[in-house]
Design a protein around this ligand. Structure first.
Ligand SMILES: Nc1ncnc2c1ncn2[C@@H]1O[C@H](COP(=O)(O)OP(=O)(O)OP(=O)(O)O)[C@@H](O)[C@H]1O
Length: 276
């Protein structure tokens, strides 16, 4: 582990409220080796996500959102700090975490049901009986509205349907934490809206925690129970907002528009303070 990168100004996360949190990130920092020397991509990151909560992570391009998400997901090691999932310290990919990216990454030679099954089989879960496997696949495909597409191949699906399969593949494992990196950014406005509604339904049903990286302030306003804004060089949590507007939310209501203006102002501040 490296020497401390920067002293953290945020409080160390402790205590009963965070013991119960699905995710606790405590003073996390990460450096990349570059030809110019070590580059601190993010530093002093503290955050918690409770079960059933959607936390959206906003920030300028290159501020380290994806790096933070993949570090929390165990895809790369942190250089400092700790990550706790339901109170357990984690340092590697954990089957209780589901990852969803912009690309659905389905295997083209497998049907929809076999893509979902593969997710279950690769997730180090205790071996499921055939009926249990079948039931999980059926339930997951029903949750994403693809119950009639078990035997369809990825090439026969639209982009939105393929992403629904990717979501089904993830939720079939019953994850306690969903980490999502720009999952809907490739879609047109209508598909995106449908996917956002789908996600809200899934989180409400499964009561898992969700941390969602997005560039889109409106998406964060529609989905987030809380919105975090990252600064850059190094990436830090600059501001946090609790979105109190109840679901279902409608775009452009007065309260959301005033929050939107506040977020824009804060985003302009962080961009003015740091170079890309
Ligand atoms: N493996 C790596 N080695 C060196 N530098 C990296 C590596 N991965 C990312 N970076 C750098 O870290 C910074 C943050 O990248 P990251 O992709 O995490 O940002 P981001 O906020 O997700 O950006 P975007 O919103 O554009 O996707 C960038 O300057 C990027 O070039």
């Amino acid at each position: 582990m490296n020497a401390r990168l920067h002293p953290s100004s945020s409080p160390v996360v402790q205590g009963n409220s965070t013991d119960r949190a699905a995710l606790v990130v405590d003073d996390l920092a990460k450096q990349y080796a570059t030809p110019q020397g070590p580059f601190t991509v993010f530093d002093g990151i503290h955050l918690t996500v409770q079960s059933g909560e959607i936390v959206c992570l906003l920030g300028a391009s290159g501020c380290g959102k994806s790096s933070l998400l993949s570090t929390i997901g165990g895809l790369q090691p942190a250089d400092w700090g700790h990550i706790y999932l339901q109170g357990d310290r984690i340092q590697a990919p954990d089957p209780r975490i589901g990852l969803i990216f912009q690309e659905a990454a389905l295997l083209p030679w497998l049907t929809v049901q076999h893509n979902v099954a593969l997710g279950l089989q690769l997730s180090h879960m205790p071996r499921l009986s055939r009926p249990a496997l079948r039931s999980r696949i059926d339930q997951a495909l029903l949750s994403v509205g693809l119950e009639k597409f078990h035997r369809t191949y990825p090439r026969q699906l639209s982009g939105g349907m393929a992403q629904r399969v990717a979501i089904a593949r993830t939720i079939a494992r019953d994850p306690q934490l969903l980490l999502m990196d720009e999952p809907f950014s490739a879609f047109d406005a209508i598909t995106r809206l449908e996917m956002q509604q789908l996600l809200l339904g899934i989180i409400a049903q499964q009561r898992c925690a969700a941390l969602l990286v997005t560039h889109d302030i409106d998406e964060a306003l529609l989905l987030g129970d809380r919105i975090l804004l990252m600064s850059r060089n190094p990436g830090r949590i600059y501001r946090e907002w609790v979105v109190t507007t109840p679901q279902p939310r409608v775009r452009h209501t007065e309260d959301l528009m005033s929050l939107r203006a506040e977020i824009f102002t804060a985003l302009s501040e962080v961009m003015a303070r740091s170079t890309p």
